[in-house]
Design a protein around this ligand. Structure first.
Ligand code: PLP
Length: 375
């Protein structure tokens, strides 16, 4: 049996190698390493795939979030509401721009923003909400969009873990990341659509926001050496775009493969008393960036150690909620408790999940988990 891995990039590369090698060789021949033709081609193909008017490729997912917030013309001290149970990048960029991150708790079943708490957190300074589509499933976008409309707020979707996922919005199947004002994603190698280095993108249907973001990624400039706004240098390089253009054609297949593995896990693990399999939101599909169990009775760390003894990797996403991180201590009321996310940080365990999982591997993992709970 192939060795277990959280993510098996090597086997995926082997499977797609001829096409990927050809695409990369073309870039090397052409030598337009920055702003080469593959960047435009990938941009156009991703716009078609997502059914969105504008894709603005950039250097990574963290930059995408920063660029999106920069495009909104917020003022220092303006408040941005987001989840305390996410990767740090979501909150880091808010603080970097001298905005105030307001962290709220998550739904313990879907791990996404608790909409009642979002409403309670709104003040006269609130300007935006960043829902995070965690682990490959959509936050409650229908509720959040109506909260945003009622309160005149922007929505920036963090789609780093959910690219390609369908969501039922106003009765129409829509790709996550294209519902709010701006969507952001990451092409970090282990994401559902990953390149061979760093990459990211913003999406929007709004022409003005798109124009602004295109300037921001290019030093605030439309015409070389003329700078209209303060910007950054954030580009998707041509080699990464060429890789992504090949992989984008496989994205639906990648996500089906993850869903197949998730179905196997579901079927084999649903009857075990000491754990909960991932719950599904009623409006969102789930593309399983992570397959995350909740382990009850304080047994999470013991199960993780047992899996490790049996050569099965697993990961805790995330061991510390962001409102408890030292870096954000100055923004938070020290006594504030966000109990759902605090409980989750002791219960969650993500199993190996990728596009190349074999039935043999899935069987080994699920049998090992079953044997742990029979001890
Ligand atoms: C990966 C990730 C990011 C950041 O993407 P990078 O490309 O690593 O900068 C942001 N938010 C979430 C939820 C992520 O998972």
């Amino acid at each position: 049996m192939k060795q277990h891995r959280m993510v098996d990039l090597k086997s995926q590369y082997r499977r797609l190698q001829p096409e990927l090698d050809k695409a990369m060789a073309e870039v090397l021949e052409h030598t337009a390493f920055i702003n080469g033709p593959a960047v435009k081609s990938f941009q156009k193909n991703l716009e078609d795939y997502l059914n969105v008017k504008h894709v603005i490729p950039c250097a990574n997912g963290t930059d995408a979030l920063q660029i999106a917030l920069m495009a909104l013309d917020l003022q220092p001290g303006d408040e941005v509401i987001t989840s305390t149970f996410t990767f740090i990048a979501t909150v880091e960029v808010i603080a970097l721009l001298r905005l105030k991150p307001v962290l709220v708790d998550v739904n313990p079943n879907t791990f996404t923003l608790l909409t009642e708490q979002v409403e309670q957190a709104i003040t006269s300074k609130t300007k935006a909400i960043i829902p995070v589509h965690l682990f490959g499933q959509g936050a409650d976008m229908n509720a959040l969009m109506s909260i945003a409309e009622d309160n005149n707020l922007y929505i920036v979707e963090d789609t780093a873990q959910a690219i390609g996922c369908d969501y039922m919005h106003k009765g129409i199947t829509t790709k996550l990341g294209t519902i709010g004002n701006i969507g952001c994603t990451s092409f970090f190698p282990s994401k559902n659509l990953g390149c061979f280095g760093d990459g990211g993108a913003c999406f929007t249907n709004n022409d003005q926001l798109a124009e602004k973001m295109r300037m921001i990624i290019n030093h605030g400039s439309k015409q070389k050496y003329y700078h209209e706004v303060i910007g950054v240098n954030s580009r998707l390089d041509t080699l990464q775009a060429a890789v992504l253009d090949v992989k984008l054609k496989q994205l639906d297949d990648f996500n089906f493969r993850r869903q197949d593995a998730a179905s196997y896990y579901d079927k084999e693990l649903s009857d075990i008393d000491g754990l909960e399999i991932p719950k599904r939101d009623k409006h969102s599909k789930h593309i399983f960036h992570q397959y995350t169990l909740k382990i009850k009775d304080g047994k999470r760390d013991e199960l993780q150690a047992f899996l490790k003894e049996n050569n099965i990797p697993s990961m805790v996403y995330y061991p510390v909620s962001l409102h408890q991180q030292e870096a954000f201590s100055s923004y938070q009321d020290a006594n504030k408790s966000l109990p759902n996310s605090e409980a989750l940080s002791h219960e969650v365990l993500s199993l190996p999940m990728h596009t190349e999982m074999t039935e043999e591997q899935l069987q080994d993992i699920t049998l090992t988990i079953k044997s742990f709970f029979k001890q």
